[in-house]
Design a protein around this ligand. Structure first.
Ligand code: F0G
Length: 454
């Protein structure tokens, strides 16, 4: 049997705390059964997200010491810009404080009321910014992408025929931009193939529609292209990255995910679009040479981007996720397959098949898992959807509990603990009932909404 093994060692540690189950129950109740509202001191293994919590390397930490503090013209920023231009190959780069800031600015400039933004799949914040500017998000994921169990290697691929049909139906002018999320977040961290990006890019170029990549989860996606796509097998990671980037007009990313740091950025090819976006940076983010990021974080991201081009660094997430998904599958726990990036995704719809989707099964499972184990996951289902304008509630395509594996953070024995507790919870799944809102915010309600057992 093969076990994953890390190509790094741990040299700084943080002590963890495992509360007794009675205290975990109280903590869950005080958090309104929303894992976002738990205090981290009450959490044993924090698998809420990989955002801003990936482990830094010694080279990143060392770089943070030489950061050049300057409002304007910081040498630290120049180092990041040069690195981004080297890796992404785009002429222009703008710094922003995190991924959703890039989404805010791109939607502000490109989305007009009544326009459409087709994408392989939405992410919560990317959709919210399109909608806030009067646009409509259309998801053109291939049907395989929504099958919870499959052996399809690239379930994040976009349906190119559907994109062509949409353009001939609405007209190219009605399409604000086409967004490719590589890899996808809400459908189980599933990657997009280079072949699919190439096809979509050709359609966009034929019609003069800007093609935008959300590269927040690109590290895992690069690994999957290298290991699952025949045409990439003989390319190194940098070459795959450049082959992708050359297909796009705009690439933005959350450096809380890619680059093992905290920040974000937008790469732009076209001069006019660059100038329009640049005007908004000082208004919303900060001056052009920091964009809301601390110079120390900028140094860490610059080094982290190089580490993202190193297969020994970016393989750890996907191979640990693969291990966790396969072990859960062996125990009969319903999971999304094939294993993707970002984390292991538990299929709450099958796990709690006695609950209705309006009972928020993924939220119920996330809270139950915390109580049973101290492991904090994230609801990625109907609770993460936004109500329609008429107040009705759209049901999510999938009801997932995501157990994110921040890069380079957890050990295999910690994964085994989580697997064992999930196994126990699955054996005792009838203990878990449905939930209802006691407090429901209007926008991005999953962040601070509160629930109670129905
Ligand atoms: N795009 C994708 C695909 C993301 O996964 C995220 C964040 C963002 C954009 C927004 O970036 O957080 O830096 O503003 N995903 C985090 C998560 C929050 O937990 O999945 P941000």
């Amino acid at each position: 049997e093969q076990y994953p093994v890390e190509m790094h060692k741990v040299r700084i540690i943080q002590k963890l705390n495992l509360l007794p189950v009675e205290e975990r129950l109280v903590a869950a109740q005080e958090a309104g059964h929303n894992t976002f509202l738990l205090e981290n001191k009450d959490v044993f293994l924090d698998m809420l997200t990989d955002s801003g919590v990936n482990a830094m390397s010694q080279d990143q930490q060392a770089a943070m010491f030489r950061a050049d503090d300057a409002y304007a013209g910081s040498a630290t920023f120049t180092r990041l810009r040069d690195k981004v231009v080297e890796i992404f190959g785009m002429p222009h780069f703008l710094p922003v404080h995190q991924g959703r800031a890039a989404e805010h600015l791109l939607s502000t400039v490109l989305v007009k009321p009544g326009t459409y933004v087709p994408m392989n799949y939405h992410f919560t914040t990317s959709k919210a910014h399109v909608v806030a500017n009067g646009g409509e998000v259309l998801e053109l994921i291939k049907p395989e992408g929504l099958q919870v169990t499959s052996e399809h290697p690239f379930k994040g691929d976009m349906d190119v025929a559907a994109l062509r049909a949409l353009i001939s139906d609405k007209g190219a002018d009605a399409i604000a931009f086409v967004r490719m999320e590589a890899g996808t977040n809400l459908i189980g961290g599933q990657p997009v193939s280079l072949a699919n990006m190439t096809e979509v890019s050709a359609v966009c170029r034929d019609h003069g529609i800007p093609f935008v990549m959300d590269a927040s989860l690109i590290a895992d996606n690069l690994y999957f292209c290298k290991t699952r796509e025949a045409s990439c097998a003989d390319l190194d990671v940098r070459e795959i990255m450049r082959a992708m980037c050359d297909l796009y007009d705009v690439i933005y990313f959350s450096a809380r995910k890619v680059g093992f740091g905290r920040g974000g950025g937008i790469c732009v090819r076209d001069d006019r679009l660059f100038h329009k976006l640049r005007e908004l940076i000082p208004l919303f983010e900060g001056f052009l040479t920091y964009g809301g990021m601390s110079v120390r974080e900028i140094e860490a991201i610059t080094v982290g981007l190089d580490e993202t081009m190193d297969l020994d660094m970016i393989n750890q997430g996907p191979i640990f996720i693969d291990y966790m998904v396969r072990e859960l599958e062996r125990r009969g726990v319903p999971v999304i397959t094939p294993p993707g990036g970002l984390g292991a995704h538990i299929d709450a719809m099958r796990f709690l098949d006695h609950l209705d989707q309006h009972d928020y099964p993924a939220a119920a499972l996330a809270s139950a898992l915390y109580i049973a184990s101290g492991v904090r996951g994230m609801e990625r289902g109907t609770m993460s959807e936004q109500r329609n304008a008429d107040g009705s509630e759209p049901l999510a395509h999938m009801e997932l509990v995501r157990l994110a594996l921040p890069r380079r953070v957890f050990t295999l024995s910690q994964l085994n603990y989580a697997i064992d507790r999930l196994d126990w919870l699955y054996q005792n799944r009838r203990l878990i009932g449905g939930m209802e809102f006691t407090e429901e915010p209007e926008i991005l309600r999953f962040f601070f909404g509160r629930l109670a057992p129905k």
